[in-house]
Design a protein around this ligand. Structure first.
Ligand code: HEM
Length: 508
């Protein structure tokens, strides 16, 4: 009797295990087809897709979605590029299959050359080096205790921004704000990166070299295909590309070297100053786990450049979109001002302090609504899968590139009522909104899963602090004869096609 019982239980367990593992084994993926997509015509299809920017691709993908469903394949050469527009599929990929979906594609040769062999957080493949670089950023720079240590810098940058806006508004009834926002974000991130208050000319230089690379980068991607030939065919462009790289090194490397020198001097003194630690300081101390060596100065510079790109263009783009909506919808601006008034009271200094931010729930709702309606990136950075995996009954093949349609998810009518309207109130109802999407994805402006933007808390702090203080200090109105046009344009981020012009008057 006992023996039969053991045999029966063993058979059941065996059957169960087979059923579970069958689902995951290569055999179960072997019979699946890759997600559907438009017919692939060799060479011609590849050329067609390669010529398109992400902004041109987005409406095409929307049309294809109606025909093929929420997971679509475009093929470039023999390589599949898979796009996912459905929130729950994105959740399954990025949370349930997190380790499989967390790799990055190999950069094209120009990218590898420019990004110093892909040694930065965003393009390093998932593994020990990525983990070390990312952990250094999150625990050394983005840990709450370190973020607080920069509150004086944020205050200084805010005062600079308010002074510049005030002086511009005195001579100009219609102020173009994006340049001021960008400059402010550069001041902030440059300080965090290099630990110093650089002079205006240096900040302008850093902004110039960083932006010329970001905005012009797509022009050079052709040099990455068949480089030996394209370097000859597009000789002038290649020279321009080398010039950009040199220009950037000429501006950033001296700053890295200066910090290195300072660190040496500091080591000679015995006292250490915790507050003054900058991103460069942390990078100069870092040891690469696989190669067991420290970073050289060009590698430090590459990581600094990524830090500046990550935190400046994205945040200033989001700030412009949020302020544009507050100008277009004055009732939202008025409601926000009322909430701020109640918290700030009759205080003498006109400042919403960082400590006040947790009391401002409508402010948080305004920022989230801005990110939902106008995520600075309509896609995340490309992910690559490290093994065959089945998603929605389709095979996502090993090494396939996968991306997610962030902007589409933010306007999914199944989650968002009246999705195209700017209604911050929608974020007021529950106990708090989980932007990380760990339990469920409702929107993903910072990505989701292991590659989620490590700077999302810092970005939210910057947005809340600046939006609150801009509204406390000025009344923002549409200038006479102008309108707020919310049309979009793809640069590095998705920006306002017609940048925001405002009439600013100081609130007394
Ligand atoms: C509104 C502001 C920001 C937005 C909308 C944003 C958005 C994103 C998105 C969508 C990704 C890609 C996620 C993926 O591939 O799945 C990303 C990655 C990244 N972001 Fe941000 N970001 C912002 C601010 C920042 C800030 C302030 C920093 C740093 C100071 C930063 C540093 C990074 C880095 C290093 C990565 C690469 C992460 C990795 O590959 O592991 N970002 N960000």
């Amino acid at each position: 009797m006992d023996a039969w019982w053991v045999i029966l239980v063993s058979l059941c367990v065996g059957y169960l295990m087979t059923a579970i593992f069958k689902h995951r084994s290569p055999l179960s993926t072997a019979k699946r087809s890759i997600p559907p997509g438009p017919t692939h015509i060799p060479i011609i299809s590849s050329i067609l897709w390669l010529r398109k920017s992400f902004s041109e691709l987005e409406p095409i993908l929307r049309t294809l979605r109606a025909k093929y469903g929420p997971i679509i394949t475009l093929r470039i050469g023999s390589h599949p590029y898979i796009f996912i527009s459905d929130r729950s599929l994105a959740h399954r990929a990025l949370i349930h299959h997190a380790s499989v979906f967390s790799h990055r594609p190999k950069d094209i040769p120009t990218g590898i050359f420019f990004n110093n062999n892909q040694l930065n957080i965003s393009s390093t493949s998932y593994g020990p080096t990525w983990r070390t670089l990312r952990r250094n950023l999150t625990s050394e720079m983005l840990h709450p205790s370190r973020v607080i240590s920069f509150s004086g810098t944020r205050r200084w940058v805010l005062q600079t921004l308010l002074t510049r806006l005030k002086s511009d508004s005195q001579s100009n009834p219609s102020v173009l704000v994006i340049d001021h926002f960008r400059y402010a974000m550069f001041c902030l991130l440059v300080f965090m990166c290099f630990g110093e208050t650089p002079d205006d000319a240096t900040i302008a230089d850093i902004e110039r070299v960083q932006r010329q690379v970001l905005v012009g980068y797509n022009r050079f991607s052709i040099l990455g295909f068949w480089p030996t030939v394209t370097r000859v065919l597009f000789r002038k462009r290649w020279q321009e590309f080398l010039g950009l790289k040199k220009d950037k090194e000429d501006v950033l490397l001296p700053l890295v070297r200066a910090m290195k020198q300072k660190q040496k001097q500091k080591q000679k003194q015995t006292t250490s100053n915790y507050d003054a630690v900058s991103y460069v300081d942390t990078l100069l101390d870092l040891q690469l786990p696989e190669e067991k060596r420290k970073l050289d100065e060009v590698e430090v510079m590459t990581l600094c450049s990524e830090f500046l790109d990550g935190g400046t263009d994205t945040t200033s783009t989001a700030l412009q979109w949020i302020m544009a909506n507050l100008v277009k919808y004055p009732h939202a601006q008025e409601r926000l001002m009322e909430e701020i008034r109640q918290v700030v009271g009759e205080r003498e200094e006109r400042e919403v302090k960082e400590d006040d931010l947790h009391k401002l729930s409508y402010l948080k709702a305004v920022v989230l609504e801005g990110l939902r309606r106008h995520p600075p990136g309509h896609f995340v950075l490309p992910h690559v899968v490290s093994e065959d995996v089945v998603l929605n009954d389709y095979l996502v093949p090993k090494n396939g590139t996968v991306n997610f349609m962030v902007a589409e998810m933010g306007v999914d009518p199944k989650v968002w009522e009246d999705p195209l309207a700017f209604k911050p109130e929608r974020f007021l109802s529950d106990e708090g909104f989980d932007i990380t999407g760990t339990k469920e994805i409702k929107m993903m402006p910072f990505g989701v899963g292991r590659r989620i933007c490590p700077g999302y808390n810092l970005a939210l702090l910057h947005l809340e602090y600046f939006v609150a203080n801009l509204v406390l200090n000025f009344e923002w109105k549409v200038p006479e004869g102008r309108d707020v046009d919310l049309s979009e344009k793809q640069e590095f981020t998705v920006v306002m096609k017609n940048p925001l012009h405002v009439h600013i008057s100081p609130r007394i």
